[in-house]
Every structure is written in C-alpha cells, then in structure tokens.
Design a binder for this molecule. Structure first.
Ligand code: MN3
Length: 228
C-alpha cells in the first residue's frame, strides 16, 4: 500500500518542490509574500519558518544524504514513504521538507482562500456532521498533540476522511506512522509556527488559521487522494 500513496503525493505537490540541482533538494519559493497571511500568520513568523526552519530541514537532509544516510537521487516521497528504513536524520529532515512544502501550498491569503468544493464539503459533512464540527475536531486534535508535531486531515486506506496527528516531523505517508493515508490538509503545531505571535495559546492559533486555508487547493487534493 505504500507505493500508491507515494505516487499520489507526487501528483499533488508542486513540481518545483522536488527540483534537484546537482542531486540536492532545494527550498521551494512561497506561493505568496511573507506578509500575505497577516495577521493570522505574521511576517516575522513566516520569514523564520520558511527562510530558516524549512531551509534547515533542506540543508540537513542534503547533508545526511551526502553522509550516506540514504541513497542520493531518490524522490522526497520515496524517502518519506520508507522513513522507517533510514536513520532519524532522514526521517526528521525529509519529513520536515515534505511537511512544510505541503503546508505552504495549502494556505493562501484570506481573500484568495476560496471555498470547499461541493464534493469535499459533502464528504466533510458526512463524516463530521458539519464543517463547524469538523473544525472543532481538527482543533481539538491539534491542541491534544503533546509537544511538537502536526495535525492532519487525510484520506485513509479505506478511502475515508480521517483526522490524525503525528509527532515531530513524521507524517501519515510514512511507513512508521500509526495511521497511514494521503494528507489533504495539515497544520504545524510546533511552537515555532505560532509562539512569536500567540505565545502559549496554541488553541487560538488553530482557530485563527482557518482563515488562511486554501480550500480550492485542499478540495483538489481531496479528489486526487481518492482511490478507485
Ligand atoms: Mn514548522
């Protein structure tokens, strides 16, 4: 089951994220300005989060591959899908690169965030009762993730929507994840994602974040993640 998930992830992420120059992974450009998600995500947080944190995952991943921790020339999806076969240097940094690339691509400035497609909205309502109840469940899962990690909405192996969390930079595409599936939405609940603006108020960050979710993009990823 791992290979199809990896293929779906490849199909639904921007190609630029995986361009390799001389075999090295590179930091993808943000699809908007660093101040474009204000005030939900401050420019200061965005500059640090993208320019420093994400860059570090990319640099550390390249260093780990150079050191022989994983073969060179593999796709990020291949490294992520087989994370359990590699040292933590690969698991953490390949995960960090994939997760942040996904995160930037599934957000948008509030006035460009779009709407859920009818198909996606229907699926949300079928599982959670209403969009509001879905948001509450997602926020609660994010708040309950102990320490650093991510909260995800995935299409699971039964082709159903499911909310799950992962610690650190793990994600549901990884072979070592407790729950496997294709992410269609994910929020970063590491303190570096919110602390400068929200301090210890993770719940407030999770609630504010909805305004910058790119529903057009998430709806497309939902359709792409469904299997026959
Ligand atoms: Mn982060």
């Amino acid at each position: 089951m791992k290979q199809p998930l990896a293929i779906f992830a490849l199909m639904t992420l921007p190609i630029a994220a995986f361009a390799q120059d001389d075999g090295a992974f590179t930091l993808p450009d943000l699809p908007y300005a660093t101040d474009a998600l204000e005030p939900m995500i401050s420019q200061e947080i965005m500059e640090l989060h993208h320019g420093e944190h994400h860059q570090s995952y990319v640099d550390n991943l390249n260093d780990a591959i150079s050191a022989g921790d994983a073969p060179s020339g593999l796709l990020i999806e291949e490294l992520v899908a087989n994370a359990g076969s590699y040292p933590d240097s690969i698991r953490n940094n390949a995960g960090g690169h994939w997760n942040h690339t996904f995160f930037w691509a599934t957000m948008a400035p509030a006035d460009e965030a779009g709407e859920m497609s009818d198909e996606f909205a229907t699926a949300i309502t079928a599982v959670y009762g209403s969009e509001e109840d879905f948001r509450t469940a997602f926020e609660e899962a994010g708040a309950d993730q102990f320490g650093s990690g991510w909260v995800w909405l995935i299409v699971n192996e039964q082709n159903e929507l499911e909310i799950t969390t992962t610690p650190n930079q793990d994600n549901p595409l990884m072979d070592i994840a407790e729950v496997n599936g294709t992410p269609v939405l994910g929020n970063d609940v590491w303190e570096h994602a919110y602390y400068l603006a929200y301090e210890n108020r993770r719940g407030e960050y999770l609630e504010s974040w909805w305004d910058v979710v790119n529903w057009d993009e998430v709806s497309k990823r939902y359709l792409a993640a469904l299997t026959d």
